[in-house]
Design a protein around this ligand. Structure first.
Ligand SMILES: *Cc1c(COP(=O)(O)O)cnc(C)c1O
Length: 436
């Protein structure tokens, strides 16, 4: 697979280089240059094909020439000891649950695949890497779990002291081994600035094999396409008409992964891009003009993004033509009251807890279906996190406590291990010195 930057179609790099660079040097995001034609492969998957099998075969179809078939298979097997699953909400509305991985959110799929891919490339080259990443809470735990124990890789996670939830902090700081938590006495912005400064520091870059694992990395996006293929294979014999995916969105990575699967040949009629009150993209689809806005806080806080970075990838895929984008992506948004009432309604009617993000999707799919689908169509809404991760919001909406998955509760008994630092590059340098 040849990759190019969204800002310079002439700068071609391998997938390997795209994942170790993260962001392109021109500030653009990496995207596959020409979408591969995988329609036959996609249609060959049946309801009996396992997620690992789909991941292995698709990875090889995409990365042939960079990794061997055996390496792709090992990568898929090691990355995905967990699988998506489907739940029926209504006969024509299914929930694609993506939260059965270690950190109970869909980000496990991307983080785990990226960790495995980096390990495979580093082993081939007998090299090491240090991952630097800043987190405001949630992403860090998926990265920590995914890279834990990966040979040849150290992970340094910077998080703002006192500004992540106690359970998030324990998920970052108790993994240990090759995963190091730096507790920064500052804000999330300070953490991000430190990481950015480190990547631009000539000394650090010549002395340490620094790389990033943040959510814009193509190595995290690519595997998120696999569950769209899996879900389609599961239902293809039941649907008589069109298939739609409804995607609760913040940074729009998940939606972009679905669109990528469509460019490879996945037969999808449309995508619903569902946001909370941070509705810049639905507004863009309606008006044709994008206005970045400061994010506003909502109960679906992993989607509180004012300026979604993946819009640049979407625009690249549609050649900057918002009219073409509109024919495939339907923008939808929900205010706080509507997502909370949806959580309450689904609990009342079906005894099913939803996380606030998933509720944004479920409600948007319900509204979309009323106006836009006919008999025989099917909507799959992506379930992005386990409701137990957002206990307070669930209690607020339903009056009941959701069950907490055992693997989340487990952290609460462990001991925090972190290094307290000031938000200064010098402190990060000293830490890296001691690490190597
Ligand atoms: C990250 C996240 C989202 C938003 O996903 P994007 O790919 O950024 O659009 C939605 N729900 C949950 C639970 C998340 O963690």
């Amino acid at each position: 697979m040849i990759c190019v930057s969204t800002r310079n179609p002439n700068r071609e790099v391998s997938f390997r280089d795209a994942i170790f660079e993260g962001l392109a040097p021109d500030g653009g995001l990496y995207v596959p240059k020409d979408p591969p034609h995988l329609r036959d492969l996609i249609l060959s998957f049946s309801p009996a094909t396992s997620f690992v099998e789909i991941a292995a075969q698709t990875t090889f179809a995409l990365l042939e020439g960079e990794l061997t078939e055996a390496q792709c298979r090992t990568l898929a097997q090691e990355a995905f000891p967990f699988s998506p699953s489907l739940r029926t909400l209504e006969p024509a509305h299914l929930l694609l649950e993506l939260f059965h991985g270690p950190s109970c959110a869909f980000k496990d799929f991307g983080a785990s695949f990226l960790a495995g891919a980096m390990k495979a490339f580093l082993n081939q080259e007998k090299r090491r890497a240090i991952i630097l990443t800043a987190t405001s809470g949630d992403t860090g735990s998926a990265v920590a779990q995914a890279f834990h124990g990966k040979e040849g890789i150290d992970v340094v996670i910077l998080y703002p002291s006192g500004r992540v939830s106690p359970s998030q902090e324990l998920q970052l700081t108790t993994v240990g081994g090759n995963v190091h938590a730096l507790e920064v006495q500052g804000s999330f912005d300070d953490c991000q600035r430190l990481v950015k400064d480190a990547f631009q520091d000539p000394f650090l870059n010549s002395h340490y094999p620094l790389t990033s694992a943040n959510s814009i990395n193509l190595g995290r996006l690519l595997p998120q396409s696999f569950y769209y293929l899996w879900a389609f294979a599961q239902i293809k014999n039941q649907v008589t008409d069109d298939v739609y995916f409804c995607v609760p969105s913040g940074n729009f990575g998940n939606l972009t992964a679905g669109i990528m699967a469509w460019t490879w040949g996945l037969p999808v009629e449309g995508f619903i891009g569902a946001t909370n009150r941070n509705d810049g993209v639905p507004q863009y689809l309606e008006t044709g003009t994008f206005r970045a806005k400061p994010s506003v806080a909502t109960p679906a806080n992993a989607m509180d993004v004012g300026n979604p970075s993946n819009l640049e990838r979407l625009q690249h895929i549609f050649d900057g033509d918002v009219n073409r984008m509109r024919t495939l992506i339907h923008g939808w948004s929900q205010d706080d009251a509507s997502l909370l009432s949806t959580m309450a309604q689904v609990y009342r009617d079906k005894s099913l807890f939803l996380c606030p993000h998933t509720a944004v999707g479920v409600r948007s799919a319900q509204e979309f279906a009323l106006a836009n689908t006919t008999r025989g169509d099917m909507i799959l809404t992506l379930g992005t996190a386990d409701p137990g991760k957002f206990e307070e919001v669930v209690v607020q909406a339903t009056g009941k406590k959701p069950p907490i998955p055992a693997r989340l509760g487990e952290f609460m008994t462990r001991k925090k291990q972190s290094t307290l630092v000031q938000p200064e590059l010098g402190e990060l340098k000293r830490f890296l010195e001691r690490l190597t």
